[in-house]
Design a protein around this ligand. Structure first.
Ligand SMILES: C[C@@H](SC(=N)N)c1ccc(Cl)cc1
Length: 407
């Protein structure tokens, strides 16, 4: 199904209010005291050399220099790892094996949301059917009073309670990660028995846990990674990878072009430039695409309506089919490449990726991988785009940035 994940993260207003309550003035008659429960945030095992190296780095501007032994020990302790991203049918989503509290679950890594939620033993047996299930392990600590509720624009959603437990992704370990155990999920999720939950990789500012917002897996382990970044290398119809803490230069061609990220909405936001349809001399090109996000959790490529219209003018028999919810065309029509400028460099989505899939068994009409971003308000570079690229989601410099290269 062409489900587009939307996210309406519930606000953290309550948590903000709680945190901003001023302590009563000491001289107030009948002074009252109050307690604020401290809940373990996502954490990783602290490591001496890494902590020492951070101290040396903190005072580097006043001449502190870490001894080679500290640098060497810290480097040895820093984490990095890689996990397979296995495509579902039609590359609708990509699922990665993750060890959550001792059980391996297949999770949809989603750079467009910030909750790590899983199918759990707290759900009814019928809802659990066919899925791998998280059962809070003996090492799990329930976050008393914490809850979460996430909803997506296609009407899907999930909710439940929260535990702190060990999570391992490609050998990278978060010793105490907020694991959002579902008590209820919508039909779209129960029906997709390949998918045991989501691992959010957007910014923790849109995590939905209340009353105390929690960190994503990446934010939890970030300080322990050799480099504070992860890379995404999705592929068409075959397994790709998510790598944490390092850049594997064998996974891309040419050089990586970096652009600044606007994380004000909690997404990996950036500005996309001009575009062209087709390759060689039969190209059309026009104005800027504008604000966009890099989103592994969205299947298709959602572009401004004028850009989508310009693209399908070049596809024989293309039309909008409201019953199907977007552009369709004869499966026999050829689909041109789509080229977009990011950071002043051209990036090409091969035309074959834009013939997404037949709309039915007859195989006559096919659904487009490019669709208009009507009602979204920004461009979404989803998997149709990402599976042609190698992308670096980078927090290793002062402010976040995205790196793009063709694969
Ligand atoms: C970021 C994606 S949802 C996701 N990847 N979890 C998104 C957000 C808002 C709209 Cl309107 C449509 C799609």
């Amino acid at each position: 199904s062409f489900i587009m994940h939307f996210i309406y993260a519930s606000t953290a207003l309550l948590a903000t209010a709680t945190l901003s309550i001023a302590a009563p003035a000491a001289d107030v008659v009948g002074r009252k005291t109050f307690q604020v429960a401290q809940v373990a945030h996502g954490t990783v095992r602290k490591n001496g050399p890494i902590q020492m190296l951070k101290t040396y780095e903190k005072y580097a501007k006043v001449g502190a220099q870490a001894p080679p032994s500290v640098v060497q020990a810290a480097r040895a302790a820093q984490q990095s790892g890689s996990v397979a991203a296995n495509p579902e049918e039609n590359d609708q989503a990509y699922l990665c094996p993750v060890n959550v509290g001792g059980t391996t679950l297949n999770l949809d890594f989603d750079t467009g949301s910030a909750d790590l939620w899983v199918f759990s033993s707290l759900m009814t047996k019928s809802e659990q059917a066919g899925h791998s299930i998280y059962k809070p392990s003996s090492s799990a600590k329930k976050l008393q009073g914490a809850s979460w509720n996430i909803s997506y624009g296609d009407g899907s959603g999930a909710s439940g309670s929260v535990y702190a437990d060990k999570v391992v992704v490609g050998g990278v370990t978060a010793t105490s990660q907020a694991v959002e155990a579902a008590t209820s999920v919508s039909a779209q999720f129960t029906q997709d028995q390949d998918n045991d939950g989501l691992l959010g990789l957007a910014f923790s500012s849109i995590n939905t846990v209340q009353p105390q917002q929690q960190t994503t897996f990446f934010d939890t382990v970030k300080s322990s990674l050799a480099k504070k970044l992860f890379t995404v290398d999705l592929k068409a119809g075959q397994a790709g990878t998510y790598d944490f803490g390092y850049i594997d230069s064998s996974k891309y061609t040419g050089s990586i072009s970096y652009v600044p990220v606007d994380d004000s909405q909690g997404f990996w936001g950036f500005t996309a430039g001009g575009y062209s349809v087709g390759s060689g001399n039969s190209t059309t090109s026009s104005g800027n695409i504008g604000s966009a996000i890099a989103d592994t959790g969205t299947t298709l490529l959602y572009l401004p309506t004028s850009v989508a219209s310009a693209y399908y003018k070049k596809v024989r028999g293309a039309k909008i089919d409201n019953q199907q919810g977007g552009y369709v065309f004869p499966c026999s029509s050829s689909t041109p490449d789509f080229v977009v400028s990011i950071g002043g460099k051209p990036f090409t989505v091969p035309g074959k990726y834009i013939n997404y899939a037949p709309i039915d068994q007859s195989g006559e009409q096919c659904f487009g991988g490019i669709q208009p971003n009507t009602g979204i308000g920004f461009t979404i570079f989803g998997d149709i785009f990402l599976k042609a690229m190698f992308v670096v989601f980078d927090q290793s410099t002062g402010s976040p940035r995205l790196g793009f290269a063709q694969q």
